[in-house]
Design a protein around this ligand. Sequence first.
Ligand code: DON
Length: 303
Amino acid sequence: MDYGELLSEAMEAARPVLGRGAPADYIPALACADPADFGMALATVDGEVHGVGEWRKAFSIQSVSKLFALALALSHGGTTLWQRVGREPSGNPFNSLIQLESEHGIPRNPFINAGALVVTDALLSLTGDARGAVVDFLRAESGNMSIDTDHAIAASEAGHGHRNAALAHFMASFGNLHNEVEEVLEHYFAQCSISADCRDLALAGSFLARHGLRADGSRLLGRGDAKRINAVLLTCGTYDAAGEFAYRVGLPGKSGVGGGILAIVPGRGAICAWSPGLDAVGNSVGAMAALEDFTSRSDWSVF
Ligand code: DON
C-alpha cells in the first residue's frame, strides 16, 4: 500500500474545508493558531512512519493527552479507576457540569474534562507526577526528547480555567478527588498543554494498535485493557460528536481543542491528523475530513 499517496490524497480531500471553523479561544494562547494549517502522519505497528503537510509542526495536544493518561493510570495498577469514572458517552459538551450533580460526582467517561481530572488525580496518586508520566511516555514512544509542556499555554489555561476548577471542586465535594484540587488542576493543565507533532502522536498511540505493546516490545497494558480503551475511544473520544465521528471515520479516536485527532486502527497502526479550525463541538474540521477520506479509500478500518 502506498501510504504516502493515500495521505496526500487525504490532504487534498481536506483542502476545501481548511480554514473553516475557528481555533479554540476560551484558552487565549490557542486563539492565534492558523485555522488553515494542516498535517497528517501515520505510524504502522512496525514503526514505519509517513506524513504530509505540516506533520512535523508541534501543536498543543490538549485532550489527546487524556488517552495517554488513562492508559498510564491503568498500567500503574489503577484497578479501582472504573469505580470513580464511567464509560458511557455523555452526549454533552466536554466541559459540561450538569450530569455530575445527579450522578454523584462520578463523570460519565474518562475523556470528558471531569473524567480526565479523575484520571489525572489517579495517575498523580500512582506516580507522584502525572504530567511527567505523560511526557516521559510520549518521549519514549516517539524518540523525540524535545516533547514538553508549553508553559505559556498551561498558564493561559490556568488563568481561564474556571470551569475545570468548578468541576474539580465539585467532584472533591463528593470525595472523588484524592489529591489537593490545585495540584490536580496544575497537572491537568500541564498535561493538556504538552506540545507534540503528528508524527510523535501517531508513534505514541501505536501501543493501542499493538494490543498494549510499547514500541520496544514491552507490555504497557494487557490485550483486554487495550481493547477496552479502544472501545471507549470509539464511543466517547470525540465528545458529543462521537456518533458523527464513528459514522464518518469509523475508528477509535481522541480529539483535542488544539486541532489534533489521534485515531487507532487495531493491528495496523495509528494516524494523527491536525488542523486548528474547530467545529461547534470542538473537533477539527480539517482533521475529520482527512481521516474520513483516508478510512474510506484505504483498508485501514475496523468496519
Ligand atoms: O480542559 C480543557 O478545556 C482543555 N485543556 C482540553 C479540552 C479539549 O481538548 C477537549 N476535551 N475533551
